[in-house]
Design a protein around this ligand. Structure first.
Ligand SMILES: Cc1ncc(COP(=O)(O)O)c(C=O)c1O
Length: 358
């Protein structure tokens, strides 16, 4: 009888709750207002001829490389960062190899690592989700072939200091070290400038978050040119679709839009954090476009918010996140709606002002 590989048979299924997402979507860390009008203009101008051809990635790779200040040979456009993670697993992991993550973190690392047959080693974050650099270094062995770190991390919004990330890259020269900068724009620090020192270091960026193009599926992976050659061999030459390729240069050209959005989200993040603080709800100061908060009864909280037209994400199943929800921030008007619903929900569920958290 036909049977999937061992790594696939034991894979937990991951079903993000995408169905019926009506209301203000603060549950997937997307841009809550959408992409730049320049991207919409580009979509309207697309011709049948553009869609009839197989997509050509290289000219847009040159544009993105220029934007990021790297050489085109160092960059691969991917079908979202998800595909970049998948390609890294396919390129570096043999069955039985070890792959390292810090938990809680983005779910797809574990899934792609397991699918490749790797043994996933999960190092728990420290108190208040501190990045456990010492502990992670101690987990590196001769068999470690991939280490994936989201910075800022999802779902916590916390960061790993650059020195800690570089120490890991230095300590594991025969492992690929992915620093996933999906939320870079809300944080502002990158390891891109250090890439030349570490041939095993990869930096990923996405256009799903601040750029508002999650539906187009496009991201970028940067690394050493020799390593990128290997990844290109694994990748489909048509991995990124023509629509996404046409839109990306327009999106990059409208940095005013991006900067305005980032500054409003940062302001909203401050407002939410202050509201949580005055409501006595534990949260972790965030460097991304979302905040993780320990509300206690997460399922009821999500349901109460949904009734008020606001979707937030229950993260209580993640390591160390019992009773936690993750709330995405948008610009001012969306923060106004969020904070009003938050106040009502706290009143309804008697999430006590200043009460000790479970
Ligand atoms: C840390 C992190 N990396 C990657 C992704 C997925 O990015 P993409 O839409 O580019 O596949 C997410 C989405 O939530 C994320 O949080």
């Amino acid at each position: 009888m036909l049977s999937p590989r061992e790594g696939v048979r034991t894979l937990p299924s991951y079903h993000p709750p995408l169905a019926g997402r009506d209301g203000l979507r603060l549950d997937f860390n997307e841009n809550t207002v959408g992409c730049s009008p320049r991207v919409l203009g580009c979509l309207q101008r697309l011709s049948a001829d553009q869609l009839a051809r197989y997509p050509e990635r290289e000219p847009v790779e040159a544009v993105v490389a220029d934007f990021l200040g790297v050489a085109a040979s160092e960059l691969l456009l991917t079908n979202g960062v998800d595909e970049a993670i998948h390609l890294l697993c396919q390129t570096y992991l043999e069955s039985g190899d070890e792959a390292l993550i810090v938990v809680p973190t983005y779910s797809m690392y574990r899934i792609y690592m397991m699918a490749a047959g790797a043994q996933v080693i999960s190092e728990p974050a420290g108190e208040d989700f501190r990045f456990p650099v010492e502990e992670l270094c101690r987990r590196i062995t001769q068999r470690t072939r991939l280490i994936a770190i989201a910075n800022p991390n999802n779902p916590t919004g916390t960061i790993a200091p650059p020195a800690a990330l570089l120490r890991i890259a230095r300590s594991a020269p025969t492992a690929a070290v992915l620093v996933d900068e999906a939320y870079f724009e809300f944080y502002g620090q990158t390891l891109l400038a250090r890439r030349g020192e570490f041939p095993n270091l990869f930096v990923a960026r996405t256009f799903s978050k601040v750029y508002g193009m999650a539906g187009l599926r496009i991201g970028a992976l940067v690394g050493d040119p020799d390593q990128m050659r290997a990844l290109r061999r694994v990748s489909s030459p048509y991995n990124v679709n023509a629509v996404a390729l046409a839109c990306l240069p327009e999106a990059l050209a409208d940095q005013t839009y991006i900067q305005q959005y980032v500054s409003e989200v940062r302001e909203s993040r401050g407002r939410l954090e202050r509201s949580l603080e005055s409501a006595g709800i534990q949260f972790w100061p965030s460097n991304a476009n979302f905040v993780l908060a320990r509300v206690g009864a997460a399922t009821s909280f999500v349901e109460c918010m949904r009734r008020r037209g606001i979707l937030v994400r229950d993260r209580s199943g993640d390591h160390g996140c019992q009773g936690c929800v993750r709330i995405t921030l948008g610009p001012r008007a969306h923060a106004d709606r969020l904070l009003a619903a938050l106040q009502e929900t706290c009143d309804e569920l008697a999430i006590a002002q200043g009460a000790p958290q479970p």
